[in-house]
Write a new protein. Structure first.
Length: 300
């Protein structure tokens, strides 16, 4: 690995991470320009948001390596054919960010032989329980009171704040990135329930730390809306047809990722740490050598 990459880490990369939460950066519209062509989606029957994080270009013209880091939604409903596909990725581990309530409701991951399951719960700030309570009530008035009038989106913004303010959450994100730096040639996967919020924040942090441009990292984050759209629409239709919700569109803010959610976390980063670089090093406890190892392992 050229020495220039390590030099880049201590200079240009730190500057990029600082700029990622600068006031002018936050004021810019965040778009997904030219990202879709770089995304390598893993089509499965029992999960819809499984992707290879490789392929993205960095500021220096290098490229994030394919086949080493995968992001996903829950793996509890995988078919036998899916397990065969997943086995082809040669994963060493699958890190599960779901809390016990989510695992209890949806089931444990189905994984190919040889893939080590790692439970690493990151709190959803009560989101899953809130959603179950609202739907389970079958009461349109209560559902409107809980989710209507912008309350669902406000709840999501609070979830994203905890990615920065919660010491327990920061420890889990830090451990995940630290492990990714030290796995050598062993591919790894991490996921939550929908593969969009806890997984999306982890992926945003990782890509940005690798020197992937801000617009590209945001594009990867927003791509969950594309990959989940058809499935989420079926969920809403099922809730309506099953008599659980008269207005299932109330849950759309909970199903989607939005730039306002990501910006809420970045605003909290700026308020508490001043820059994404300091959030990674001070908030998540990542040493400079760990950030260098991430570059060495994951960037060509």
């Amino acid at each position: 690995m050229p020495l220039s990459r390590r030099a880049l880490l201590s200079t240009a990369t730190a500057a990029v991470l600082t700029a990622a939460v600068a006031p002018t950066a936050l004021a810019r519209p965040r778009t997904a320009t030219a990202t879709a062509t770089a995304i390598r989606h893993i089509p499965l029957q029992g999960a819809v948001n499984v992707r290879d994080l490789g392929g993205y270009l960095t500021y220096t013209g290098d490229r994030v390596r394919h086949g080493l880091v995968y992001r996903a939604d829950a793996l509890s409903k995988l078919t036998d054919a899916d397990l065969t596909t997943l086995a082809g990725l040669r994963l060493g581990r699958a890190v599960d960010f779901r809390i016990p309530l989510e695992v209890q409701y949806d089931g444990a991951d189905r994984l190919p032989a040889g893939v080590a399951p790692v439970s690493r719960p990151i709190t959803d700030n009560g989101l899953f329980g809130q959603l179950l309570a609202a739907i389970g009530s079958r009461d349109p008035v209560r559902q409107e009171q809980m989710l209507g009038g912008g309350r669902a989106a406000a709840f999501m913004r609070e979830v994203y704040r905890t990615f920065v303010t919660s010491a327990a959450n920061r420890a889990q994100f830090g451990t995940t990135l630290r492990e990714l730096a030290g796995l050598g040639s062993t591919p790894s996967l991490y996921h939550c329930t929908s593969g969009k919020d806890r997984t999306g924040w982890t992926s945003y942090l990782l890509l940005t730390a690798l020197g992937v441009p801000e617009a590209t990292a945001v594009g990867d984050y927003l791509a969950s809306n594309t990959f989940r759209a058809a499935y989420d629409a079926k969920v809403r239709e099922g809730l309506k047809q099953g008599g659980l919700m008269q207005n299932p569109d109330l849950i759309i803010p909970l199903q989607e990722v939005r730039t306002e959610y990501l910006n809420t976390a970045l605003d909290e980063v700026r308020a508490g740490y001043g820059s994404l670089f300091r959030y990674l090093t001070e908030g998540l406890g990542l040493e400079l050598r760990t950030l260098a190892q991430l570059q060495d392992r994951l960037v060509d």
